[in-house]
Structures are given as structure tokens and as C-alpha cells.
Design a protein around this ligand. Structure first.
Ligand code: AVI
Length: 318
């Protein structure tokens, strides 16, 4: 298996250049801080809409998840970040169960998990937080046995940042960890007007641009590259054929970028206008999301949505 440094290098020497399968490059300390600002931007409807669906339906989501009222519940979350939206569900779960519950947030950012733990201690004190610092894409997580109902939460439409193969792999792994009666709660962003989608990924404050350019800074800081940020700009494209918003950084001139990797020097050549494909945000139709879940052996049980049908929150069963 290639290590991350080699994957980066091969993504940059390939044509077209792409790092879009390396989500981990976005969420170093700086990237995680910028992402916290993205979710506050007016144009980024995804987080705001999902939060309002959760607020309006938290009790029903929990009641539907735990079919047997006497069953105990535990909650696991992939890519939990600071868990700010999850606190709504955790509060509903504690109320429903009438006692403390265990919450296992999984994330690669230890600083985000520390913040999740301290804010949950104030907001929902009856939650026992058991953080797991892991890259859930590359490191398989194993849940301890539990004689109750496990709810795995995967919200924020993060599944849309992965290729269909990688998304199926992630969901299949979740499926392997669950037993009959357990559930997956998946948040997905649905296909819609590019006039809504494009500003969501190109806010007027330049926060999303900074988030993607930070990937180059991350390569400079951690992987020995010397990208000059003045010579690149952020570019966003709606790819109708693949139903995804593509995020690129474009070289403003013909240039060379150097990388020293394991004491070897490598040169990356850029033409003017050449881009690095940095990230995809897949937008789903009902058929696509059903197929993705079915391919990982999940069946959709219930869907909550907003008035525009922009975001779906889905309960799926094994
Ligand atoms: C985390 N993920 C679902 C975000 C998205 O909408 O694709 C990441 C993001 N990238 C730019 N803005 C938000």
C-alpha cells in the first residue's frame, strides 16, 4: 500500500492532476479551523439545513431508531468533528432513554474531538464521550460488543466527498459492524440548481477558497513542497454529468513546484491554466443514494427532508 506522501506525489505527476481521493489533506489543524467557518457562511446551506431538519425531528429520529423502548442505545459517529449538530440528537437520546448514553465520535482531528468532548460535557452532561482519533476511511474501526441498539451517525453529506467505490467501502464497513435492529443515520445533499450549489462552494468571504488553498499550504508544511500561493487560484465547477461540484486549484502561470520527499527531490510541472482537482462534493438523486446504500447492503427505512428537498436525513437498516 502507498503511503500518503507517495499518493500525493503520484496525484501531482499524473495528468490530470488530482488529490481528490485524499480527504485527509483538508483536515489538518488549520483546515479544520477554516471548515468551522465554512459552515457559518450564508451561502453554505448544507450545514444550516441539516441542523434544522435535526432540530425539528430529533425525537422522532431517536424513537424510530430504537424500536424497542426498553433497549439501550449507543451512538457512534463517523467524522464527528466538533459534534455541534450531533448534540441535538444526543439530547433527544438521553431524554428518550432516561439515562446516560455512550457516544463514540470518530475523527482524524484530535483538536476537534477535544472540543466536542468539552462542549458536550456542558450541553448534554449525561453523555459519556469515548473519542476515537482515527481516519475512518483508512483505519478500520471495531466497536466493542453491545447488548442494545447501535446507531451510527454519518451526517454533513461527507459521504459525497468520496468516489462511489470509496463510499461503498465506508458504508460496507459500517454494515459489518452492525447487527439486526441497529441503524445508520446518513445525511446527504441532494441534486439541485447550480445557482444554489456554486455559491455554496464559493462564498463571497473567500472562506471556501482558503479551505482548498490550505491543502497546498498543508503540502508545504508537512510534505516538503514549495507551492507559491500567489501563483494559484481556487476554481469551482458544476459537473452535471457526474452530478458533483468539483473544487480545483488552478495554476496562474507556467511554473515548477519542488518537493523533497525522503531526501529525493521531485519537480512538478504546471502549465498556465492547469488545475489540481482537489475535492468533489457529490450531489445525489434519490435513485443514486438508494443504490449506494443497497450496494452496501443497507435498506432505507425512513427519510426526513427540508421544504426545498435540498438535504435528506435517512435511517437505513442492515
Ligand atoms: C465535509 N463536506 C461534506 C463538505 C462538502 O460540502 O463537501 C466539505 C466542503 N468543502 C468545501 N465546502 C465544504
Amino acid at each position: 500500500m502507498m503511503n500518503v506522501a507517495n499518493e500525493i506525489l503520484s496525484g501531482l505527476v499524473n495528468h490530470p492532476k488530482s488529490l481528490s481521493n485524499l480527504q485527509c489533506l483538508h483536515y489538518d489543524h488549520e483546515g479544520s479551523l477554516i471548515f468551522e467557518k465554512i459552515v457559518l457562511q450564508d451561502e453554505y446551506y448544507v450545514a444550516r439545513t441539516e441542523r434544522s431538519i435535526l432540530k425539528s425531528n430529533a425525537d422522532e429520529i431517536i424513537v424510530k431508531t430504537v424500536d424497542n423502548r426498553n433497549k439501550r442505545l449507543r451512538i457512534v459517529e463517523l467524522g464527528a468533528g466538533t459534534a455541534s449538530k450531533t448534540s441535538i440528537l444526543l439530547a433527544a437520546a438521553v431524554k428518550h432513554q432516561g439515562s446516560a448514553i455512550d457516544y463514540f465520535p470518530i475523527d482524524i482531528s484530535s483538536s476537534a474531538l477535544t472540543e466536542a468532548q468539552s462542549s458536550l460535557t456542558c450541553l448534554v452532561p449525561d453523555v459519556c464521550v469515548i473519542p476515537q482519533i482515527k481516519n475512518y476511511v483508512t483505519d478500520e474501526f471495531i466497536l466493542p460488543n453491545f447488548d442494545g441498539c447501535t446507531l451510527v451517525i454519518y451526517i454533513g453529506s461527507s459521504i459525497g466527498n468520496f468516489s462511489r467505490e470509496a463510499a461503498t467501502r465506508i458504508l460496507s464497513h459500517v454494515h459489518k459492524q452492525l447487527k439486526a435492529g441497529d441503524a445508520l443515520l446518513l445525511g446527504v445533499d441532494m441534486c439541485q440548481d447550480p445557482a444554489v450549489l456554486l455559491p455554496a462552494y464559493n462564498d463571497k468571504n473567500g472562506v471556501t477558497s482558503a479551505f482548498h488553498l490550505n491543502v497546498l499550504l498543508h503540502l508545504n508544511r508537512e510534505f516538503g513542497y514549495n507551492f507559491d500561493l500567489d501563483q494559484f487560484r481556487y476554481k469551482v465547477i458544476w459537473n452535471k454529468h457526474h452530478s458533483r461540484v468539483e473544487k480545483h486549484v488552478e495554476s496562474l502561470c507556467s511554473q515548477q513546484v519542488k518537493c523533497i520527499n525522503q531526501s529525493e527531490e521531485h519537480i512538478i510541472y504546471f502549465n498556465q491554466g492547469e488545475t489540481i482537482h482537489i475535492e468533489d462534493s457529490q450531489k445525489f438523486t434519490n435513485e443514486q443514494i438508494t443504490m449506494l446504500l443497497n450496494n452496501a447492503a443497507f435498506q432505507i427505512e425512513h427519510i426526513w427532508s427540508d421544504e426545498h428537498k435540498w438535504v435528506n436525513i435517512i435511517i437505513a437498516r442492515v
